[in-house]
Design a protein around this ligand. Structure first.
Ligand code: NAD
Length: 358
């Protein structure tokens, strides 16, 4: 069955890293149909808007979206600020496509485990942070306000259906992994957290094969540093997820290698999602062939797993990445002594070759 992927390369290193991910996907299957569209600064230069309607329409008509990165110094001074790529492209993309579930895996790659700030095997982990992305304190209306110079107010609102839908995605993802969810909240203090805990607890019996437990956010931050290997899926609200996913990423020791997915409701039985590397457009190395394409290639693997329900193909990509790193092949950002330095396209090619061999 043909699957349509909207490819939004974006700015800076976006086109370079996305090009390598597309190369890898083409090696995996000939059933993918790629359609490219402009987004971010590139779209602004072309037609005066960072998120053209035609790009949004393409995303809606596709089975999944592969995004590079947007932004760069050239666009930092655009007025009004809502027309800057990060605000004018990324936020509408997320809200228009209803991408409420942000999935950030943090997995120690064997060949790079010495890069973790946790010594020895203490940093070895393989978890996913499942962060609610379109609710909570970042989105509640009325939004933040200053009553006078000295009083500031932010409002945190969660509605039952918002907790239900992110928890559903978390249960589905747990079923594709080790089937353990730790739901993280601050139920000893916050009413929104008490609702969160109540809903997750009510849903758990419908997923009897998934083990569910609850943890307070301060304890979770501590446990991540004490023993990150104890977690499989961490399910949490927007702000806690923002903080915990960065903490978990850092423990892997390789921020630049991390993929992500932002998921919406199932569309004709499959989960619609946007897949992108965690890093930005890296204007300092754009066009130099220095960018590491692995985060984007691993994002493509997530697309296969979550939107196309093809765990086997995702594993082929992940194993190919491991094999290349085990062989000592490195882009400049992860280079170490005795390894072989390669360019962006050489790294993509090396991973593709491993796919052909598998
Ligand atoms: P960045 O992630 O682009 O770069 C930070 C550092 O990491 C730079 O030194 C860069 O060279 C390096 N780096 C990043 N990705 C790399 C890769 N794949 N391979 C090798 N090195 C890599 O963050 P920044 O410099 O803060 O932001 C640059 C621009 O990207 C800004 O305009 C920012 O707003 C934008 N941005 C976009 C997104 C997105 O599109 N989702 C996310 C973050 C930042």
């Amino acid at each position: 069955m043909s699957r349509k992927i909207a490819v939004l390369a974006g700015d800076g290193i976006g086109p370079e890293v996305v090009g390598e991910a597309v190369k890898v996907l083409k090696r995996i299957s000939s059933a993918f149909e790629f359609e490219h569209a402009l987004v971010g600064g590139a779209a602004y230069d072309d037609g005066g808007h960072p998120m053209p309607q035609s790009t949004l329409d393409l995303c809606r008509a596709s089975d999944a979206v592969l995004l590079g990165a947007v932004g760069g110094p050239k666009y930092d001074k655009i007025q009004p600020p809502e027309m800057r790529p990060e605000v004018g492209a990324l936020l509408p993309l997320r809200s228009e496509l209803n991408l409420y579930a942000n999935v950030r895996p943090a997995k120690t790659l064997n060949a790079l485990k010495d890069s973790s700030p946790l010594r020895g095997d203490r940093g070895v982990m393989d978890l996913v942070v499942m962060r609610e992305l379109t609710g909570g304190i970042y989105f509640a209306r009325p939004r933040e306000r200053r009553d006078d110079g000295n009083t500031a107010v932010d409002t945190c609102i969660y509605r039952r259906h918002e907790v239900v839908r992110i928890a559903e995605r978390a249960f589905e993802i747990a079923r594709q992994r080790r089937r353990e969810i730790v739901s993280v909240d601050k139920a000893n203090v916050l009413e929104t957290s008490r609702l969160w805990r109540e809903v997750v607890t009510e849903m758990a019996p419908s997923y009897p094969d998934v083990k569910v437990s609850h943890m307070l956010v301060d304890n979770c931050a501590m446990q991540l540093v004490r023993d990150p290997s104890q977690f499989d899926v961490i399910l949490t609200e927007n702000m806690f997820g923002d903080i915990l996913s960065d903490e978990a990423s850092m423990i892997t020791g390789s921020l630049g290698l991390l993929p992500s997915a932002s998921l919406s409701d199932p569309k004709e039985g499959r989960v619609f999602g946007l897949y992108e590397p965690v890093h930005g457009s890296a204007p300092d190395i754009a066009g130099l062939g220095k960018a590491n394409p692995i985060a984007t290639i691993l994002s493509a693997a997530m697309m296969l797993r979550y939107s196309f329900d093809d765990d086997a193909a995702a594993l082929v990509i992940e194993n190919a990445v491991d094999a290349v790193l085990d062989a000592g092949i490195r882009t400049a950002d992860i280079m170490s002594e005795g390894c072989q330095l390669v360019s962006t396209s050489e790294m993509g090619e090396a991973i593709s070759q491993r796919i052909l061999l598998s």
